[in-house]
Design a protein around this ligand. Structure first.
Ligand SMILES: *Cc1c(COP(=O)(O)O)cnc(C)c1O
Length: 584
């Protein structure tokens, strides 16, 4: 076939002197076209007549692959720019080469040694001695009495840990009120054995689960959609992953998309990337607007192509607590007929009650009132204060929800179907969530929203007014306040804060810290944080920048550098391994 193309070019080439001679007259152009067409037809007949079936198939495959490659190249250049895309390719190639070099025998032992040292350090911090509680590496030969076990539990819960009780840990524990804990424990006790896989055995749990979904749908204006629906899940990550799975399956089923892609903001939760990893969905991270820190809609638009199955926005995002322009995303989603997920995992019951708590008009619409929004995730185990292991995924219609279900009619074990990733599910967690929601009530959630937002604004204001070395990122309107510094090593600041018991979240690109406020973040605890920030900023400033290279900043340096590709991955893997190590 390539020959054929060549010959055609030759014919056309020969026509040019003729056309020039005729001064590109109408007749000469017409004549030339006829010649070109005739030649093409003769060539085509020649090609199809004389090629073997094998050649035809080979050619077809070659041109199909070439077409696919060119389309993908075109999409990537359109998405990342004529300079941006080669940069990405170059960086990824450099990383591959660097990781090969680091794995070569020469360097491996040196890198290995450093990695091992660091992992040992992590282990020594996490795998601690428990003098009052023996190590149980095998099932004890003779059983323990209840009182012995309870004593062990007391001792284990008393081990030295980060002080969440006084609001010094970002996020992590969202309520922690004693009354609520007592209620949740009773709810657990009553439904300890419950399993939603068997609604006939536990009809009460089925009722409670369906009511959790209904209550949360109502908070997110599900009535604006004709048949909004949803399901409970084990947490925000599962909710996000189900939304991505549903979008992928929907794209395949109704639009014939076999190579799914999604476009998410750079600030979207890692759960989206995890979904991409699990389900084979290609991810595009859209840039942020440098002033507002919301996702840049024009970049989202240029990353959309015919394989896009899902767009996403956060309300708010985890790193900076910024709410993306959901209405803008919705316009794109409707225009290109793509599903749109809004991640309200963190916003949860705070964002839902903003208007009712008196912060009317602070936020533009972000829920099912926005027509392009097709799914929303909300963590009942964050500002809903339910026990951990509880979240809700909502959909605009049941056609989309169905795409997350697993159905099997062939299994030897009988007809099988389940709504989420788990098979058996812990009914007690849903009961705990249901009891918590009734116990809080709308009045309780409104009050908690008011307190958290008021305190977040207070923290934002005090940092802005009193600590010029720190700069608030964007304009956070909800419960997360993130800040960076142009003058100081922000990770060094984080390490100093840790020494004083404050555990803020560390962020990268840009290097920053944030506090996710909870019920435990009282005005007093914020005063104490601001004092602590002032002290540590002063210490850092007096040390000069270079003198304070901290462990954390070294770690992020390793993670961000092409030269150390793969090293940070190994450290994280080592950290995860540590979670399951017993003491030797
Ligand atoms: C917490 C969070 C999630 C989900 O996290 P889980 O730990 O799985 O509950 C998703 N998105 C955002 C923005 C979050 O803050």
């Amino acid at each position: 076939m390539t020959q054929l193309v060549w010959r055609k070019v030759m014919h056309i080439h020969e026509l040019i002197p003729f056309l020039i001679q005729e001064g590109f007259s109408y007749d000469s152009i017409k004549q030339s076209l006829v010649i070109v067409l005739e030649c093409a037809m003769i060539d085509a007949i020649d090609y199809f007549g004389n090629s073997s079936v094998l050649d035809l198939v080979k050619d077809a495959i070659f041109y199909y692959l070439l077409y696919g490659f060119l389309v993908s190249l075109y999409n990537n250049i359109r998405g990342y720019g004529i300079i941006g895309y080669p940069k990405i390719v170059f960086r990824s190639a450099s990383k591959t080469i660097m990781s090969k070099i680091l794995n070569s025998r020469l360097l491996k032992s040196k890198v290995e040694k450093e990695v091992e040292d660091t992992i040992e350090k992590i282990e020594s911090q996490l795998i601690i001695e428990t003098p009052q509680v023996p190590d149980f590496q095998i099932v004890p030969q003779t059983h323990l009495s209840d009182s012995q076990i309870l004593e062990h539990l007391d001792n284990l819960s008393d081990l030295k840990h980060s002080e969440w009780e006084s609001g010094k840990v970002s996020g992590a524990v969202y309520h922690g009120g004693d009354d609520l804990i007592a209620l949740q424990a009773q709810a657990f006790q009553k439904f300890c054995v419950a399993n939603q896989l068997h609604p006939d055995v536990f009809p009460g749990v089925r009722k409670m689960e369906s009511e959790i979904v209904s209550m949360v749908l109502n908070m997110f204006n599900g009535s604006a959609a004709k048949e909004a629906c949803g399901s409970t899940t084990s947490g925000g990550t599962e909710s996000l992953m189900l939304a991505c799975l549903a979008a992928k399956v929907y794209g395949e089923k109704y639009k014939g998309i076999t190579k799914p892609e999604m476009v998410i903001p750079e600030t979207a939760h890692a759960g989206f990337d995890k979904a991409g990893y699990y389900f084979g969905i290609k991810i595009h991270h859209a840039r942020l607007d440098p002033n507002t820190y919301k996702v840049d809609l024009s970049h989202v638009k240029s990353l959309i192509n015919s394989n896009t199955v899902l767009l996403a926005g956060s309300a708010p995002n985890f790193p900076h607590g910024i709410v993306d322009d959901i209405e803008g995303l919705s316009k794109l989603a409707l225009r290109y007929d793509i599903r749109l997920h809004v991640d309200c995992c963190l916003g949860s019951f705070v964002i839902a009650y903003m208007s009712k708590a008196g912060f009317d008009g602070v936020l533009p619409p972000f829920d099912f009132r926005v027509p392009g929004v097709t799914s929303i995730s909300c963590d009942t185990h964050k500002y809903g204060f339910a026990p951990k292991g509880s979240s809700v995924i909502m959909y605009r219609d049941s056609k989309l929800r169905e795409c997350q279900y697993y159905v099997n009619t062939d299994w030897v074990g009988g007809l099988y179907g389940s709504p989420t990733f788990a098979g058996s599910r812990p009914g007690a967690l849903s009961v705990g969530c249901w009891a918590t929601m009734l116990s809080m009530g709308e009045d309780g959630y409104i009050e908690s929203c008011r307190g958290i937002i008021t305190n977040a604004r207070y923290l934002k204001q005090r940092i802005q007014d009193e600590i010029p070395e720190l700069r608030i990122i964007g304009d956070p309107l909800l419960s997360v306040v993130a800040f960076k510094s142009d003058q100081l090593d922000i990770y060094g600041l984080s390490d100093l804060l840790s020494k004083k018991g404050w555990h803020l979240s560390t962020l990268q690109k840009p290097a920053a810290l944030h506090l996710a406020l909870t019920r435990l973040s009282t005005p007093e605890s914020i005063d104490s944080l601001v004092d602590c920030l002032k002290e540590t900023v002063a210490v850092l400033a007096s040390h000069g920048h270079a003198a304070t290279k901290s462990d954390t900043s070294a770690l992020y340096g390793v993670a961000g550098s092409v030269q150390t590709t793969g090293v940070a991955d190994r450290l994280i893997t080592g950290f995860i391994d540590t979670l399951y190590k017993v003491r030797e």
